[in-house]
Design a protein. Structure first.
Length: 184
């Protein structure tokens, strides 16, 4: 039974830049740079037939390439911080791609995602890290300066059940229409 999700890959040069933010935070388990990604829709553990249906349905998505920008570092978990993330700035193209995938997944019969979509790249998972330490880390490194991200495709990833952070396997790729085709 595969565990699937759709997402955007992070190019190696950008992943290396983001990986320079590692360190200086007790209780952080840093994600390996090769496992950085932007999740579009977590699907979960499903049977092979449903996985094939999802893969086929995603192939019918028709969207244009687009660019994304990072908007800074943040933490998730208000009562107890559980991760450090690089946030993605609001993007209509990204929101529309994610919403279309959400509709596809629901049409196939899976339940809707219960959480509000917040695009990000998880850099670290936290365990018993005090709020103050997280605040200090973000104050020192919060002015994230990273190149933008050009999105030319999305992918269907699989992962093994684990405590998070990969390894992730690209099962299928779905190219987006090039700018020149989309303009014509």
């Amino acid at each position: 039974m595969p565990r699937l999700f759709t997402g955007l890959e992070i190019p190696e040069d950008l992943a290396q830049r983001l990986s320079l933010l590692r360190g200086g935070l007790a209780g952080a388990r840093w994600i390996d740079a090769e496992n950085y990604h932007v999740t579009l829709r977590f699907i979960g553990d499903i049977d092979d037939r449903t996985a094939d249906e999802i893969a086929d349905a995603m192939a019918r998505v028709r969207r244009r390439e687009f660019d994304l920008q990072f908007s800074g570092l943040d933490s998730f978990g208000s009562a107890k911080p559980h991760s450090i993330v690089a946030r993605i700035a609001a993007s209509r193209a990204l929101s529309e791609l994610q919403a279309e995938q959400e509709r596809i997944i629901q049409r196939i019969g899976l339940p809707p995602e219960g959480r509000k979509y917040t695009p990000h790249v998880t850099l670290a998972r936290l365990r018993n890290t005090p709020h103050r330490d997280v605040a200090d880390y973000l104050a020192l490194r919060g002015g994230l300066v990273a190149a933008g991200l050009h999105v030319a495709r999305f992918v269907l990833f699989s992962s093994k059940a684990s405590t998070g952070g990969g390894p992730y396997v690209v099962e299928q790729t779905y190219p987006l229409a090039e700018y020149s085709e989309a303009r014509g």
